[in-house]
Design a binder for this molecule. Sequence first.
Ligand SMILES: Cc1ncc(COP(=O)(O)O)c(C=O)c1O
Length: 332
Amino acid sequence: MPARDELPDAFFMKLSGLIEAELFLKIESVNPSGSIKHKTAISLIDAAERSGRLQPGGTVIESTSGNLGISLAALCAKRGYGFTSVVDPNVSAQSVAMIHAFGGKVIQVTARDAQGGYLGTRIALIKEMLAADPTLYWTNQYANPANPAAHARLTAVEIAMAHPEADWVVVGAGTTGTLMGFLDYFDGIRHPAQVLAVDSTGSITFGGQAGPRFIPGLGTSRIPEIYQADKLRHSVLVPEPEAIRLCRWLATSHGYLAGGSTGSVLAGIRARADLFSKGTKVVALSPDGGEKYLDTVYNDAWVQEVYGALPALDLSADRPRQRLEEAASEVS
Ligand SMILES: Cc1ncc(COP(=O)(O)O)c(C=O)c1O
């Protein structure tokens, strides 16, 4: 277990009004560097130290859409290592500023890879830099078993301790570290909860067609090495505009400003509401808060430019209609 000064107590927020089942959001913005990636960073650095390949005064390099970069920068600052983050144009200006605030360096790639994303370009650059400087240590979150281990060992255990009777756990997939860790832990032996995985439309991880995506966090343009498709039972793809509508609904109905991937997770829950019957308990993961997304997810002009007109989600209007439809189908 990491030192107590590196992780806070777990925090869950009850969410009413979305589904009939009891729903709790696990808020990961409470971590010292603001996202779930604080746990991933602890596990990656612990493994690097254990292997002896990261020596005192060494430098860590990683490809990250933002959050892992912020968390590695924070952890490297605390433990006395240098840090360089390789990012793409989807990164928010605030993420870059935060990495700099922790003393890290940022390199941004701009060329798209063969799949239309940036991951291939970021990895190619890191390989070039490693070849030129063998003292650099690449945490390699897409292939490193310490990534899923973080979430089997820390995140899933926090859920199981706070909600031992949870029936479902809902989680987004980026590197799939959180997802794979959850599938290892919620295996029916250690804990009976089932796992619903959520990804963005345009991501190829679950076999979908590659397409443009603008919200960092979820999705890939290349299957991560740590992803094991045979472990996945339940998954859903969510269009990004729907994720934005759910983020805005959460902010205006519950007063919590969440990051884009939290909106995707909630949109996934809404899309698969059939799984969550009344009387069941669902725990959904909120990987980060919304402050870094004020210029995108929460900015009307940006949303209009990228996705076009987006009507607000009005669940109070949806539900009576749904009940009327149910009543009508019972009568007919
Ligand atoms: C905001 C956010 N949500 C979700 C994820 C996905 O988590 P994982 O990489 O464990 O699949 C990330 C990963 O960077 C993220 O930053």
